[in-house]
Design a protein around this ligand. Sequence first.
Ligand SMILES: [Mn+2]
Length: 424
Amino acid sequence: MILDKNQIEKHNDKLLSSHKRKVNQLATSVPNSNKIIKKLIAFQIAIPSWALGTGGTRFGRFSGGGEPRTLEEKIQDVGLLHSLNQSSGAISLHIPWDIPTSTRKIKSLAAEHNLTFDAVNSNTFQDQAHQKHSYKFGSLQHVNKAVRNQAIAHNIEVINYGKALGSKALTVWLSDGSCFPGQLNFRKTFQRTLESLQEIYAALPSNWKMYIEYKAYEPNFYSTTVGDWGQSYLYASKLGPKAYTLVDLGHHLPNANIEQIVSLLLMEKKLGGFHFNDSKYGDDDLTVGSINPYQLFLIFNELVEGMDARKMDHATDLGWMIDASHNVKDPLEDLLQSVEAIMIAYVQALLVDRKELNKAQEANDVTRAQEILQHAYRIDVRPFVAEARLRAGGALHPLQLFREGEIRKRLTAERGLKTIATGL
Ligand SMILES: [Mn+2]
């Protein structure tokens, strides 16, 4: 389904005068508003193919209507999001869930929707039909070299699909670990995993990055082989300059100071990118900014400060991706909310008075430092985010247009009520 440009224009016309009032008012109290809006237009967030269908839990899954049944339909859904917000210009694929039947056709379909292919993801946390060896006891860590070889070959196959599509990164998330004390020798497990990763790294094109994602627990409940940022950093450092740590916001133990982790990884040139989501308890996969928007702002505060210190390009030097799989919301509505939350946190971080904050920090003025941060956080920056969308050709209020245009109803009419997105 392609959204009619007239529909977006009609929607914008209706909201335009009230929007202009708000954006002008905000611009009077904020310096460099045009520069900020330009940065917002450039900032794109990749949508994962697996977030387009309703997620499930181990207890059940309640699918909605009109979910994408094929890779083509997933691309169309991301195209739809991108036409609404002009900030979702990339899709992140998961192999083998998203193996293209024709890379040429898939590439041209993506181009029609102005989409590029972000990081490709391998999958060695499930056994596939016709797979020779099982990953029940791990993949890249497995005690049997034949199992490790199978997992290595799969990752190289994923790189090859990515090369054909124009991706520039491989994300490796391992469910490898152990459920009981004594099950594994930690040192041997680390060495085996490192050797496997080295073989994959050797197959990486020169202009690619490899993201090593970590996760504290689940599906293993005693140890995880890439369990935290320290372990990921260790692998990434030993692998070489193309290997980076990937931070998934939901993959920490409760109350972890993620912004501090981000700051140090960035300083060490080992932060590769993000999987955005939100959580209250663990890897909850909730909408970005739905539980703890202040934490998201604090993370962006470190990102902007750290990237500027290294003169990095905010839009292109790190990988920005969403990773969520919610159970109760319309997935497209959820993704619109998530992208909006990311944009809001980004602008707020841009509005932090860095000079003043630095002065307060150097003077041990704790109160003043808090005031500076919270001042930026409490500015309602939504008019800037909307203005960026307007200038880029998107909708002033994407969610409203999604509902007014009855987009889900139209998708359901087109695809059916009982559809299940592939891969979930
Ligand atoms: Mn993730």
